[in-house]
Design a protein around this ligand. Structure first.
Ligand SMILES: CCCCCCCCCCCCCCCCCCCCCCCCCCC/C=C/C(=O)SCCNC(=O)CCNC(=O)[C@H](O)C(C)(C)COP(=O)(O)OP(=O)(O)OC[C@H]1O[C@@H](n2cnc3c(N)ncnc32)[C@H](O)[C@@H]1OP(=O)(O)O
Ligand SMILES: Cc1cc2nc3c(=O)[nH]c(=O)nc-3n(C[C@H](O)[C@H](O)[C@H](O)COP(=O)(O)OP(=O)(O)OC[C@H]3O[C@@H](n4cnc5c(N)ncnc54)[C@H](O)[C@@H]3O)c2cc1C
Length: 661
């Protein structure tokens, strides 16, 4: 029986068409739908006991699943697109993510043609397994501060890789702890006593025969991480080198080269390309944020439609908690954010592909913008998604705290995204540097392009005032864009003015960094809002689909406007009355979305297997499933618990000597 059938009947739009919008194309939908069912129906990919397994058992099970996934990919002749969807629906972090997601891209992006020819075929067949070994015990954010050394030995034509201090131990790389045979290791290049900065080196870590660490290599897992199951399926590792020798041709030499006679040569590509793998992965993280958030929102929305509290009249049913405005005010902006992040993720993938093509043609002009966009949007979307998952857990009341809700594990597995691939604050500071540079160049005649083109309208935006007179005026895209542009430009200009008061710009930057981060957030929010609005300019087929997306877009920007009202008011763009009208319009949009809420989350097309949540299951039959699941907990294997006779019975039977007790 479908306990959510009445909700589904209320939908005012074509859910099948919305599924295609969400997937990106009909083809992408068909692939995704087919692979999600394939995974859901395969007992080899079960995950329902994951949060109950001890680490060793959990990890071994992940190794089994990864090998099984690889076999299925081969047996079924899956394409790269299908294999990547399979990884997504298997829903378990594993060493394979770092192999495919960082090791391979690092060789592709930083290796010469010759190096790619040698290493990529081995990696593609998984005859070697690689990790990305950059972070150390002492330094993660400050890549220039890494201590591992790679010293060129001209006698033997080798590099000597060494960990000179405890803090130079590699620490965190995924897949390193127990599986990787190789790593792209980042180290400080030294030639003839002279330092040449951080470079990547392909280093073999373990024997391909017996998997033992090679001489001079000390390697292991760094230990349990936050949450049950969650990221503990990954072997994040520690690694030390004691004068390990590798051939000279294992330095990744696309950006710079070391010749046989020990000369250091720089290609004409910018040295920042050494950071290129991080740009790639940040872009994939943005594309993934909408998936994690939409998953949590699906659970919270379906459960909010099932759950009833208070409000029974004449013995009738109580109120569905989704009908409380407070619930809507917490839930619907997250639903809207999931859609917003989907569209900005699609756009960022386009931007990344565009910059990659330009780089191949030796056009490096858009690299700074690509860095700022990937860094800023990675920060914005992962912070909002991690907070959003936790909010969804609270939206499910007490039951959200059960592992069987799926939300605790989803949060635990997702929240490190705020840290890995660049701490979110550190990344926003990179955006702020980009903005300050842009503002400082405004008078130079250099026209700001792309996502900062709005800075070209600085004079207009500094003067302009909001013209909204009634709540519906907040539905005009041009009005909304101007509001977000004016806020972003005014915050950036205010920071630039304050910075100019410092004689030492770096001191000023450090002193004003909290304001700079806020200016960077305003800029990134503008990007997300503008990309959502751009999406709505496209032809979107299907009854009512565009109207729902318009309502969600409105919820997204009006919610931001309400949350950051202080910014908008402080920059004098809005009056308090106009801010209040924005809030009236936001409430009206909640009412519009309410009957469509369950259908809007159905449009994500997630299987019950992928959701991994009793509260979020498609049929909404929550209570019997919760009740049954409780009895399956290993603690209920016996009626009297282990330990009763040692620890509980003696308490119950003790003879108390103290009269007062
Ligand atoms: C059980 C499972 C079974 C499934 C099995 C299936 C298997 C089969 C699958 C087959 C599939 C096939 C298909 C494959 C699909 C692949 C999918 C895989 C999934 C992918 C996802 C990957 C997983 C993600 C997990 C994440 C793991 C985490 C990894 C890490 O964290 S790695 C370490 C990251 N570290 C950081 O991010 C450090 C942060 N710090 C920095 O970036 C920098 O140091 C800095 C930028 C903060 C400062 O640097 P620096 O001091 O040098 O810089 P400045 O002086 O400030 O700047 C100088 C100058 O440079 C500019 N700049 C800085 N950075 C960049 C940059 N990145 N790019 C360009 N420019 C940059 C900066 O702006 C300055 O410019 P200017 O001088 O001002 O002009
Ligand atoms: C689950 C997980 C997986 C990972 N996988 C990998 C991997 O595969 N390979 C790899 O190489 N690394 C990996 N990492 C490491 C990760 O990239 C780093 O942890 C990350 O870049 C943050 O660096 P850090 O730990 O040095 O944090 P720190 O920089 O020490 O941050 C600590 C605090 O200091 C603040 N801070 C730091 N610098 C500044 C500044 N300049 N201004 C203001 N505030 C600042 C930060 O905001 C933060 O609040 C992984 C990490 C995690 C958690």
């Amino acid at each position: 029986m479908d306990y959510l059938a009445d909700e589904r009947k209320k939908a005012e739009f074509d859910v099948d068409e919305m599924k295609i919008v969400w997937a990106g194309s009909r083809h992408a939908f068909e692939v995704s739908d087919r692979i999600s069912k394939l995974v859901a129906n395969d007992p080899g990919f079960r995950k329902d006991t994951r949060t109950m397994l001890a680490r060793k058992e959990l990890f071994k099970n992940t190794l089994r699943k990864a090998a099984y996934a690889w076999k299925r990919i081969h047996d079924l002749h899956l394409s790269e697109e299908e294999a990547s969807r399979l990884r997504f629906y298997v829903d378990e972090p594993a060493y394979t993510d770092l192999h495919w997601g960082m090791f391979v891209p690092a060789i592709k992006g930083q290796g010469t043609d010759e190096q790619q020819k040698k290493w990529l075929p081995l990696a593609y067949k998984m005859q070697i397994i690689g990790c990305y070994a950059q972070t150390e015990l002492g330094h993660g954010s400050n890549v220039q501060g890494l201590e591992t050394t790679a010293t060129f030995d001209p006698q033997t034509d080798e590099f000597v890789i060494h960990s000179p201090t405890l803090t130079s131990s590699k620490w965190w790389p995924g897949g390193l702890g127990k599986v990787s045979t190789h790593g792209v290791v980042y180290a400080r290049l030294i030639i003839n006593g002279e330092e040449h900065g951080i470079h990547g080196f392909i280093v073999q870590l373990r024997s391909l025969e017996d998997h033992l660490p090679l001489p001079g290599v000390t390697v292991g897992d760094i230990g349990m991480k936050f949450g049950n199951g969650a990221y503990n399926t990954m072997d994040n590792g520690v690694l030390r080198f004691d004068h390990v020798r590798i051939p000279r041709n294992q330095m990744l030499m696309r950006v710079s080269q070391v010749t046989r006679d020990g000369k250091y040569k720089q290609s004409d590509v910018p040295r920042q390309l050494v950071y290129g793998t991080m740009v790639y992965v940040r872009q994939t993280i943005v594309a993934d944020a909408s998936c994690a958030l939409s998953r949590a929102v699906t659970i919270a929305t379906r459960y909010s439609a099932v759950r009833r509290q208070f409000g029974s009249q004449n013995g009738g049913p109580e109120t569905q908690v989704i009908d409380y405005k407070t619930q809507q005010n917490r839930l619907f902006p997250l639903l809207a954010s999931a859609y917003a992040f989907k569209f900005v993720g699609e756009w960022l993938t386009w931007l990344y592909n565009d910059v990659t093509q330009r780089l191949q043609a030796s056009d490096f002009s858009t690299l700074p913008e690509a860095h700022a966009c990937t860094a800023g949007l990675k920060s914005l979307t992962t912070t909002a998604t991690a907070d959003g998952i936790e909010e969804c857990r609270k939206l499910c009341g007490g039951h959200g705290y059960l592992c069987s809700s799926g939300l605790p594990e989803l949060f635990a597995v997702y929240v490190p995204a705020c840290t890995y691939e660049g701490d979110n604050t550190v990344l926003l500071l990179q955006v702020a540097r980009f903005l300050m540079k842009t503002v400082s160049q405004l008078g130079s005649g250099k026209k700001p392009l792309g996502t900062i083109s709005y800075m070209g309208k600085i004079e207009h935006l500094m003067q302009s005032r909001c013209t909204v007179q009634k709540a519906e005026d907040w539905l005009k895209p041009s009005q909304v864009l101007e509001a977000f542009e004016a806020r972003a430009v005014k915050m950036a200009v205010s920071c630039a003015k304050n910075l100019s008061k410092f004689t030492n710009p770096e001191e000023g930057f450090a002193e004003l960094s909290a304001d700079l981060v806020e200016a960077a957030v305003a800029h990134c929010q503008l990007i997300v809002v503008s990309k959502f609005i751009d999406k709505l300019q496209q032809d979107i087929p299907g009854k009512g689909v565009k109207q729902q997306l318009e309502a969600l877009c409105g919820i997204y920007y009006l919610y931001l406007l309400h949350k950051h009202q202080g910014d908008f008011l402080a920059t004098s763009y809005l009056t308090p009355k106009q801010a209040a009208l924005a809030n009236d319009q936001l409430r009206a949009l909640y009412t519009k979305v309410r009957p469509n809420a369950v259908a809007l989350v159905d449009s994500f097309n997630y299987t019950d297997h992928f959701l991994g949540s009793i509260l979020g299951c498609y049929d909404g039959n929550v209570y019997p499933k919760l009740y049954d699941a409780a009895w399956k907990d290993p603690l209920n294997d016996s009626v009297v618990p282990e330990g009763y006779h040692e620890y509980v019975r003696p308490l119950l039977k003790q003879q108390l000597h103290t009269a007062k007790l």
